[in-house]
Design a protein around this ligand. Structure first.
Ligand SMILES: Cc1ncc(COP(=O)(O)O)c(C=O)c1O
Length: 318
C-alpha cells in the first residue's frame, strides 16, 4: 500500500482515499484545469511559472479555487514534503495539480458541505514516467502528422491547460496505428505545426532555433526554459509559422516537456532527421539544461529504468 498523501480540498488524505465525485463538473464536461511540475533534486522546478499558468487557466475557465497563488504554492511544497520520505533520497517527483469547478449545482443535495471547487495536489515518484521514457533519450522519437488537427484558439484556447483533451487522445491513437514510438504533432487550422499532445516542438535550420509562434499552442514551461537557455548561449531564435515542408528540411527536430525536458526526433513523417542521432544544437541545449537543473536527468532516467521492475513489484518502499 502506498504511503503517499494527497492534498484534497484543504486536507491531507491517503492517496487511495482521494476520490472525485461522479457528479463533478470535471467528469461531466472535462471542466478542469491542471498542471504538471517536476522536481530536480527533490525541489520543484519553476513551480511559480506552473502555478501562474494554472491560475491563467482557472481565470479562463471562471473557476475560483478558493486559494491564493501564494497559498497554493505553500500547500504544494507541504504536499511534496509529506511524501519525500516514502522514497529514497535520489527520487525525483512529479507534482500534479487538478482543479475543477466541483460538483454540478443540480446535484447540490448530495453534498451536505455545499458545492465548491475540487482541488487536489498529488506527488508521484518519477521512476515510472522516466524509467519508461529512458530508452527515448538514445533512440529518439518518430514525429508524424496525424489526421486530427488542433482546435482553433478562438474556439478553445490551448493556452489553458485543461482536461478537455479528446483531440490529443485521438492524435495519440492515430499515431499509434502507424507504429510504436510515433509521436503526433497536430496541425493548426491553417496547416501549420502546433504541438504534440504533451509537448512543444522545435526545429533547427542553419544554426537558427525555430518554434511555432505562441498562437495555437500551450505555452510550455520547458519551451520557455529552452528559449531562455538558447538566448544565454547566443543561439538565434525565431517564433514563426512552420509547416510540414520546414520540418522535412530541418537539420534537427526536438520536443520539450516537463518530465523529460527534451528529446530528439529521429524521423519526421518517415524521413530521417539529419543522420537520425541527436544534433549539435540539441546536445548543447540538453547539456546546458542538465547544468541548469543540477541533475543529469538522462543518467537518472536510465538508473530509474534499471530499478523500475522491482519498484513496480513492491509498489513502494516500506
Ligand atoms: C498540449 C501540451 N503542449 C505542451 C506541453 C509542454 O508543457 P510543459 O513544458 O510546461 O510541460 C504540454 C505539457 O503537458 C501539453 O499538455
Amino acid at each position: 500500500m502506498s504511503k503517499r498523501v494527497v492534498y484534497f480540498n484543504g486536507q491531507f488524505v491517503a492517496e487511495s482515499e482521494a476520490r472525485i465525485s461522479i457528479f463533478d463538473s470535471a467528469l461531466m464536461y472535462g471542466d478542469m484545469a491542471f498542471e504538471m511540475t517536476r522536481t530536480y533534486n527533490q525541489r520543484p522546478f519553476r513551480l511559480r511559472e506552473h502555478l501562474d499558468r494554472l491560475y491563467g487557466s482557472l481565470r479562463l475557465l471562471e473557476i475560483d479555487c478558493g486559494l491564493t497563488i501564494d497559498r497554493m504554492e505553500q500547500v504544494t511544497l507541504e504536499t511534496l514534503e509529506r511524501n519525500l520520505a516514502t522514497e529514497p533520497p535520489d527520487m525525483d517527483w512529479q507534482i500534479m495539480h487538478d482543479v475543477s469547478r466541483g460538483p454540478l449545482e443540480v446535484y447540490r443535495t448530495a453534498f451536505r458541505e455545499g458545492i465548491r471547487a475540487t482541488v487536489s495536489i498529488n506527488c508521484w515518484p518519477l521512476i515510472t514516467h522516466m524509467g519508461g521514457f529512458a530508452p527515448n533519450y538514445s533512440s529518439g522519437v518518430h514525429v508524424v502528422i496525424p489526421a486530427q488537427q488542433t482546435l482553433p484558439a478562438h474556439l478553445v484556447d490551448p493556452k489553458a491547460k485543461t482536461r478537455s483533451r479528446l483531440h490529443y487522445q485521438m492524435a495519440n491513437l492515430q499515431a499509434a496505428r502507424l507504429g510504436a514510438g510515433r509521436w503526433p504533432v497536430l496541425l493548426d487550422p491553417d496547416g501549420y505545426l502546433s504541438e504534440g499532445p504533451g509537448w512543444n516542438i522545435f526545429l533547427v535550420k542553419d544554426g537558427e532555433l525555430l518554434t511555432p509562434e505562441p498562437r495555437n499552442i500551450l505555452l510550455g514551461v520547458s519551451r520557455a526554459t529552452t528559449m531562455e537557455l538558447a538566448r544565454d548561449l547566443g543561439i538565434p531564435i525565431r517564433e514563426t509559422n512552420l509547416g510540414r515542408y520546414d520540418a522535412l528540411r530541418a537539420d534537427e527536430i526536438f520536443c520539450t516537456a516537463t518530465t523529460y525536458a527534451m528529446v530528439h526526433a529521429t524521423s519526421f513523417e518517415g524521413q530521417t532527421v539529419g543522420d537520425g542521432s541527436p544534433g549539435p544544437m540539441f546536445k548543447r541545449l540538453i547539456e546546458t539544461w542538465k547544468l541548469f537543473a543540477g541533475v543529469d536527468f538522462v543518467s537518472q532516467a536510465r538508473h530509474y529504468a534499471e530499478r523500475l521492475t522491482l519498484w513496480e513489484r513492491t509498489g513502494t518502499r516500506e
